[in-house]
Design a protein around this ligand. Structure first.
Ligand code: AMP
Length: 362
């Protein structure tokens, strides 16, 4: 049995264990929440992320350690890495956890990004707005997710006091991108340096939260996205699955952000690809050959936000696969998702419409 330690015990950890258990892997999750949703599918170490005894236990008894979120203290990564292989590496987490590091890396790798500026005071914000113009988006450099820690600036009134509104923490100002759509690629790199990418996914957000992902069929920018992903993976000497989000713009793609882990926009791969992003992440960190990223059928994923429909409600709808995280329902919280896999694009669209109207009726 290969023992896999996971820092974080949320739904991503849970889905990793659901994919890895058939491969003969055993999972331990470090998560301070007593009701961590990965707890039923592994050994739950219920403690703080920097708890000494639990980290020692992971360091001593795991074959490999990975993460299901990026905001792990660097000292924790450094400590674990002295004793056990840890993937992705500390540098990947350092870059991905801070929007400024991310954007600087994209520039260095010649990957197009929108204009941006580091903001540590209201005065810097005023100067940057004068340079980049409006509209723009002010984002906290770290700890932002699902649209949290962001403010869209459209007018001079929005700009006044905006830095204080985000808590006066280090921020990044980004010029607003007039995109025609948003896509992401899940890219995986193995310990041997082997790289595999899934088909691009079209993503729709509502209030900064992903609501719908549709796997594309021969997207014209597939090769470009794979090229950008390869540059990042190789630069970081990355091992594991990485989510890379882009804006679709005239003439190509503009980088938005990377996530150093399996990604919500890749959840469709569980039923929609030969080998899921979860299994491929585990294969990568375990030093196993990567599985095929080829699409099986036509797929999409709808997030269940705040409310989870019952099996009785979902299962009569064609082409649906239920993924219930077993979490308490709370407004704005991702409590599950519905994957769809259909025989053709038309049936997929019908299935999407049916699930959308169910989710709306809850
Ligand atoms: P993020 O957390 O940075 O991925 O932002 C969440 C969502 O806000 C993105 O998926 C976009 O829909 C929108 N967004 C973020 N940054 C920009 C930008 N610079 N221009 C336009 N829309 C943006």
């Amino acid at each position: 049995m290969m023992k896999v330690g996971v820092i974080g015990g949320g739904q991503l950890g849970r889905m990793l264990a659901l994919a890895g258990t058939p491969l003969g892997m055993e999972f331990s999750f470090l998560d301070p929440a007593p009701d961590a949703c990965a707890a039923p599918v592994g050994n739950h170490l219920c403690a703080a992320y920097d708890a000494k005894a639990e980290l020692e236990q992971l360091a001593k008894s795991m074959d490999v350690v990975t993460f299901e979120f990026e905001n792990v203290p660097s000292e924790v990564v450094a400590y674990l890495a002295q004793h056990v292989p840890v993937f992705p590496n500390a540098e990947s987490l350092r870059v991905a956890r801070d929007r400024l590091n991310e954007k600087n890396m994209f520039r260095e790798l010649d990957i197009p990004v929108t204009g941006f500026a580091n903001i540590e005071s209201q005065q810097q914000l005023d100067e940057a707005v004068a340079q980049l113009g409006l509209p723009a988006i002010l984002k906290t450099r770290t700890l932002g997710y699902d649209g949290k820690g962001q403010k869209v600036l459209r007018t001079a009134e929005d700009v006044a006091g905006a830095h204080a509104e985000l808590g006066a923490v280090p921020c990044l100002l980004e010029a607003f991108v007039a995109f025609s759509g948003e896509v992401s690629v899940i890219a995986v790199r193995g310990r041997s340096g082997e790289i595999a990418c899934y088909p691009l996914t079209h993503n729709t957000h509502q209030d900064g939260i992903l609501v719908l992902s549709v796997a594309s069929d021969q997207h014209p920018q597939q090769a470009l996205a794979e090229d950008y992903a390869r540059r990042v993976l190789e630069k970081l000497d990355y091992v594991g699955a990485l989510g890379f989000e882009f804006f679709e713009v005239e003439g190509g793609l503009m980088a938005n952000e990377i996530a150093p882990r399996v990604h919500n926009s890749g959840h469709w791969t569980t039923e929609g690809a030969e080998c899921s992003q979860f299994e491929n992440h585990l294969r990568a960190i375990a030093g196993l050959p990567l599985g095929s990223t080829a699409r099986v059928g036509h797929s999409a994923m709808l997030n269940c936000i705040g409310r989870m429909p019952s099996n009785q409600q979902v299962m009569p709808l064609a082409d649906t696969h239920v993924h219930n995280y077993g979490k308490a329902e709370k407004p704005g919280r991702k409590v599950g998702h519905i994957n769809l896999r259909s025989q053709n694009a038309e049936q997929l669209q019908q299935a999407i419409t049916a699930v959308q109207s169910l989710l709306k009726s809850l």
